[in-house]
Ligand binder design. Structure first.
Ligand code: GAL
Length: 667
């Protein structure tokens, strides 16, 4: 079943309206809604006094239209009566300020009283709805995140460190606490890296970030365990925030769930001038699919302009459907739009839903309704279809956290560097998987690990096995600099990977913002024209590797910047600098050529072509992100899924902001 639906807040509207809402939803071809994830104070208006009558009634009305239900546990927004109990229930931010009531996600994930109340509300909901035929699954909380620095967390962190290091001698030695005389003699002396403490010891800070992430994983598990026991037949998920969210190790958060769901907003109000390149949401989707190596759900797909205090620029005709099909093209097996009707009050009263404030269907409703009708027809042929990617990117949350602690250069950004490389493959329409650095890699001809800063033995071994068995690996600047405790390694860089790369970093040069250097390739197949080298220059000394490009300027002119090392059947390319799109495109073209990976499609930034496979048949999603007609030449015989007709000729025109879905024909 392809689920297509909406996030609904019946509690915001008079009951007399619910029947009309359900009717309009059914007419929009919705077959699922998410409910209740912010309705704690409606479900437990006073401590231990539960009221599910209103929710039963809403579910009954929706069920009578064959709409299935996902229930959200409401723990992201606790009621005032609970938060008034104890100051400690509130999170403390990195500046040491305790949050106060008024928003959401203000709780401390380690607070025992919060855990206690979580158990009560989750158990009450689960017991009440365990046997309801319309309930299919649960969303835990809402968009977990944000580190808490309170005393409860600090005590828990000290316990976590004791488990991790065993002895204080070991911790002191791994963190190098002799520096500035930070030698701890009792676990209770260890602080959290509050901003008031200044620039923290990098080992302490990284461990705290790991601990903070694990705190949410554990808090989520507390809820999962209850739900699995009481409602074993229901699925359990959480709504993640894509590639951009950087405070949680999402691989860990995904581990205990049945599948990943996420919230994708293309156009928000916070940066009204930002034009989003389709490669950013694409990277979000691929990351979410990679967390469990499996298709995902979109729990919140944009349904209109975003808005809190400000209002985002509008979503143009066609965009909502186009963006939702992009989600599907990257592996979404269900889409729910956020939200049904635009709220009349509350922080998000300008966050536009499928319906405007007045509640009457308009152009956004009609566009989504059209998509719903299409999915009723073709959803089954798409559902479960797989993505086959020849290229994997390795996403390291440890490295990302480490760069949050020490950015290395003000112009370096791990996520942007990652995206800059990703978007070259995306523009070439090459499917990409995003994996953790310890994942099994043997099925990928090419693996790219941008700025893999923290390398532990397990990762080094995994990469070595991959390359020795014939894989090609691209590594970039600042790789292998740190050990697991975030201390700098005592070998030449790239540390544990230096042998594999056949290269050593003789010297590294952090460049000022306004200075670009140049590099020049010296390998056949790559033009000799210079390319910019920005931000950082690793000056390389080959130890068996062959030089691909050299610096042209400064005291390191003539020294290697990019090398390739042949290891058995495999290769490791080390790129010691950052460039611009032209450098990444050139290097990528060379790599793909070496590997004989042929892109089926011409490179394009505005026409995106997504591929999913149903058995050995390919389904193509041709997504025109531009305001003009785009043309594509097909690589075989295809049938248009919606009309059912076989295309007479390989050339196809896609109108602006339109989508065409094709299925490959057999011989
Ligand atoms: C999401 C969140 C929703 C809603 C939406 C619009 O991040 O899960 O509850 O707030 O953003 O702001």
């Amino acid at each position: 079943m392809f689920y297509f639906g909406v996030d609904y807040y019946p509690e915001h509207w008079p009951q007399e309206r619910w029947v009309e809402d359900a009717r309009l939803m059914a007419e929009a071809n919705f077959n699922v809604v998410r409910l209740a994830e912010f309705a704690w104070s409606k479900m437990e208006p006073r401590e231990d006094s539960f009221d599910f009558e209103w929710l039963d009634h809403a579910i009954e009305i929706l069920s009578s239209h064959d709409i299935k239900i996902i229930l959200g546990t409401p723990t992201a927004s606790p009621p005032p009566w609970l938060m008034a109990k104890q100051e400690d229930l509130f999170r403390v931010d990195p500046e040491g300020r305790r949050l106060t009531y008024g928003n959401r996600r203000e709780y401390c994930p380690n607070n025992p009283l919060y855990h206690d109340h979580t158990r009560r509300i989750v158990t009450a909901m689960a017991e009440h709805y365990r046997d309801h035929a319309s309930i299919i699954g649960w969303q835990i909380d809402n968009e977990f995140g944000d580190r808490c620095y309170c005393t409860i967390c600090r005590n828990a962190f000290q316990g976590w460190l004791r488990d991790r290091y065993g002895t204080l001698e070991e911790l002191n030695s791994r963190w190098g606490t002799l520096f500035w005389s930070h030698v701890y003699t009792d676990w209770s002396e260890i602080p959290t890296p509050l901003k008031t403490g200044g620039s923290p010891n990098p080992g302490l800070a990284l461990d705290f970030y790991r601990f903070a992430s694990e705190s949410y994983v554990a808090y989520q598990k507390l809820q999962i365990d209850l739900l699995r026991e009481i409602c074993p037949q229901h699925f359990i998920t959480h709504n993640f925030m894509g590639f951009n969210y950087d405070q949680l190790d999402y691989f860990e958060l995904a581990r205990d769930l049945d599948f990943v769901a996420w919230d994708i907003y293309w156009r928000m109000q916070w940066n009204i001038d930002a034009e989003v390149s389709p490669s950013w949401p694409a990277l979000g989707h691929d990351t979410m699919r990679g967390l469990k190596g499996k298709n995902f759900w979109v729990m919140e797909q944009q349904a209109g302009p975003g808005g809190w205090e400000m209002v985002s620029v509008p979503t143009k005709p066609g965009e909502l459907r186009l963006w939702a099909y992009q989600s599907i093209a990257h592996g979404a097996d269900a889409i729910l739009f956020f939200r049904w009707r635009t709220a009349l009050y509350g922080t998000e009263e300008y966050w536009h839903g499928v319906l405007d404030h007045h509640g009457r269907p308009g152009r956004r409703y009609e566009e989504i309704q059209r998509m719903g009708a299409e999915l009723q027809q073709i959803g089954e042929s798409i559902h479960g279809a797989q993505i086959k990617a020849p290229v994997a990117f390795l996403l390291s949350y440890d490295s990302r956290f480490a760069f949050q602690i020490q950015g290395n250069n003000p112009s370096f950004s791990y996520p942007e560097h990652f995206h800059d490389l990703y978007r070259v493959f995306h523009a070439r329409q090459i499917p990409i998987d995003i994996l953790s650095p310890t994942s099994e890699l043997s099925s990928y001809p090419l693996v790219i690990a941008p700025a893999l800063h923290i390398v532990k033995d397990e990762i080094a071994k995994n990469l070595e096995t991959y390359v020795r068995n014939g894989g090609t690996l691209l590594l970039t600047l600042r790789t292998g600099v740190k050990d697991e405790a975030n201390a700098v390694v005592d070998q030449p860089l790239p540390g544990l990977l230096a042998d594999l790369c056949g290269v050593e970093v003789e010297e590294y040069v952090s460049l000022p913002t306004d200075l670009d250097h140049e590099i020049q390739f010296s390998v056949s197949g790559i033009p000799m024209t210079p390319f910019p080298a920005k931000v950082w220059c690793d000056v390389l000394q080959p130890k068996g590797a062959t030089v691909l490009a050299r610096y042209r300027e400064d005291y390191f002119a003539g020294k290697p910047a990019i090398t390739v090392n042949q290891v058995g059947e495999g290769k490791v390319v080390y790129m010691g600098t950052m460039g611009d799109a032209s450098l990444y495109e050139t290097l990528t073209a060379w790599l793909l050529d070496q590997l004989q990976i042929e892109a089926s499609w011409a490179a394009h930034h505005e026409l995106e072509i997504g591929e999913r496979w149903q058995g050995d048949r390919k389904i193509l999603f041709l997504l025109n992100h531009s305001d003009s007609v785009q043309q594509v030449s097909l690589d075989g015989k295809y049938r248009e899924l919606l009309s059912g007709s076989v295309l007479a000729e390989p050339k196809l025109k896609i109108p602006p902001r339109e989508v065409t879905i094709l299925k490959e024909e057999g011989e």
